[in-house]
Write a protein that binds this ligand. Structure first.
Ligand SMILES: [Zn+2]
Ligand SMILES: [Zn+2]
Length: 335
């Protein structure tokens, strides 16, 4: 079932034609729990990975034996999904109660390699904003299941761009880590329902006169429209008109927790926009205007609000790639 973003509550380029300069498309991925196949675009689905190629491994030095068993994370999710809308049975409560966060692999050393998790597989044919190297039609995204890398203590990400016609025999059983740092590092397999939408630059990165004009316009909306004035979350540029919530490819980045910064390529200095954003919710009460009508059913709540189960950074992990050469090293930004 396709997902459709409702029209924006206002055409913000009408009062502010100058915003056209700060417009960019994004593709909302609309991940929903499902059973994706090797040939599909997916979150955490099986990868179209060549049988004769080594699987991406984390070789960075950090503790790898303490955390949650990956199998336990999946068991807990199955129990929560199966018991949705009813009380859990005593057996389910006992099973959940027995799951432990602790040392599960005492034999593993900090420098030992562990398989990375399959994060996302994205086809250019499905995702119009997936811009990669010329001739490459598939992006595979992996991450280490431990938030233990770099100054931000984030996951480490590996990107693999592919020409799908070069892939011969496909790997059957895909390697997985035994232990993960936290359940929130583990994506739930999701099918994608990509939809291209229009975004506008993060408010704090617009020219100052435009920022002020937008703020004045928001106040006027409140003064002139009784419905807006009484709404819990009145229409706002930031939440309704600029950036789409949820997982997406392309578009702009929010900087609501830190000062905005540019992410520049370490090789050629080009400013790197976010290629993939992994957001912990698909929308929240303030950004509910982005909720597709297909999903507005209370019984679907968990499946549509937190479909992937992923919570990285403080809710947002973004992977930035170089528009000049997608093989230049990517960078991460977190919010
Ligand atoms: Zn690692
Ligand atoms: Zn570059």
């Amino acid at each position: 079932m396709p997902r459709t973003t409702p029209p924006r509550p206002a055409d913000v380029e009408e009062p502010f034609p100058g915003l056209a300069e700060f417009r960019r498309t994004a593709t909302r991925l609309h991940p929903r729990p499902g059973d994706p196949k090797t040939q599909d675009s997916s979150v955490a689905g099986p990868m179209l990975w060549p049988a004769d190629e080594p699987w991406p491994m984390c070789t960075a030095v950090h503790p790898k034996g303490t955390g949650h068993l990956l199998a336990d994370v999946r068991l807990a999710r199955r129990i929560h999904a199966a018991s949705e809308g009813r009380k859990k049975t005593e057996e389910e409560i006992a099973l959940l109660g027995a799951l432990r966060n602790g040392l599960h692999d005492p034999g593993i050393g900090d420098a030992d390699p562990i398989p990375m998790l399959a994060g996302a597989q994205l086809w250019a044919r499905d995702i119009p904003d997936l811009t990669g190297p010329e001739g490459y039609d598939l992006l595979q995204v992996f991450w280490c299941p431990f938030e233990a890398h770099g100054p931000d203590a984030s996951v480490d990400v590996v990107l693999k761009w592919r020409r799908s016609q070069d892939i011969g025999a496909v790997l059957g059983e895909q390697p997985e880590p035994l232990v993960v740092g936290s359940p929130e590092c583990v994506p739930q397999p999701c099918e994608l329902h990509p939809e291209q939408i229009v975004e506008h630059e993060y408010l704090g990165l617009l020219p100052e006169d435009l920022q002020e004009a937008v703020a004045t316009w928001e106040e006027q909306l409140l003064d002139e429209d009784e419905e807006e004035a009484e709404a819990d979350f009145p229409t706002e540029y930031s939440s309704d008109l600029s950036l789409a919530p949820g997982w997406k490819v392309g578009g702009f980045a929010t900087w609501h927790l830190t000062d905005p910064r540019t992410v520049d390529c370490t090789v050629c200095g080009t400013s790197m926009p976010p290629l993939l954003t992994a957001h912990h919710v698909e929308w929240d009460p303030a950004s509910e205007s982005w909720a597709p009508p297909e999903d507005r059913r209370p019984d679907l709540y968990r499946h549509v609000i937190t479909p992937t189960g992923v919570y990285l950074g403080r809710g947002y992990l973004r992977i930035h790639t170089c528009p000049t050469d997608a093989f230049h090293p990517h960078q991460l930004s977190l919010q």
